[in-house]
Design a protein around this ligand. Structure first.
Ligand code: IMP
Length: 194
């Protein structure tokens, strides 16, 4: 089986492929030349659906898009759907991490969660969505070199390490993206065997 995926984020694409177990994940042709999909929703679900529908009309097969981010309790759920552009439209991961540490300076409740929503579409219509979450804490300084985004600050208590200090397999086994993708691939396997 093959499935298209709409992302320009290399960190996400690596994790999608690792989770795919035999399903071929195809990046969308010419995604870098396609005008970027507007993300105007106010939930992860709305944005994942918007991206999936936008790109799905262009390919013959199933396609999924994913929207994800970090929700920090003491910041009222920020950066949330704005995680990629927390420190501005052209912000790097380092810029976003620096701003997060600034906002949490002196704050004792460091609890947070990552959320991922995958939207599956076919021929321009939504098939369904899959959601995954993982709870953790925001450290006061980065640790580790793996992963991407906020991973050096995201401490996962059951491992006693940040996601940037875990292997890609260890992260995927417990992560928001791992859970959403596992649900997607389970559903695809069940549906195609009927
Ligand atoms: P999106 O591409 O609009 O869905 O933005 C996702 C953003 O959320 C990423 O650019 C990261 O800032 C953050 N994010 C989502 N998942 C992860 C993760 O697994 N590790 C670290 N950061 C993540």
């Amino acid at each position: 089986m093959r499935i298209y995926c709409a992302t320009t984020n290399p960190g996400k694409l690596r994790e999608f492929r690792l989770a795919a177990h035999g399903v071929e994940i195809l990046p969308l042709p010419d995604l870098d030349k396609t005008p970027e999909c507007p993300e105007t929703g106010d939930t992860f679900e709305a944005n994942a659906i918007q991206k999936a529908l936008y790109h799905s009309a262009r390919v013959p097969d199933l396609l999924f898009a994913e929207d994800s981010g970090l929700e920090v309790r003491s910041l009222g759920g920020a950066p949330g759907i704005y995680s990629a552009r927390f420190a501005g439209a052209a912000a790097s991961d380092e810029d976003n991490n620096r701003l997060l540490l600034e906002r949490l300076d002196g704050v004792s409740d460091r609890s947070a969660r990552y959320v991922a929503v995958v939207a599956l579409a076919s021929g321009g219509s939504l098939v369904r969505t899959f959601r995954g979450e993982v709870a953790g804490e925001i450290l006061d300084a980065p640790r580790g070199r793996g992963g991407f985004g906020y991973d050096p600050l995201f401490y996962y208590p059951p491992y006693g390490r940040t996601f940037a200090e875990t292997s890609a397999d260890e992260k995927l086994a417990v992560s928001h993206r791992g859970a959403a993708l596992a649900a997607l691939f389970r559903w695809l396997a069940e549906t195609s065997s009927k």
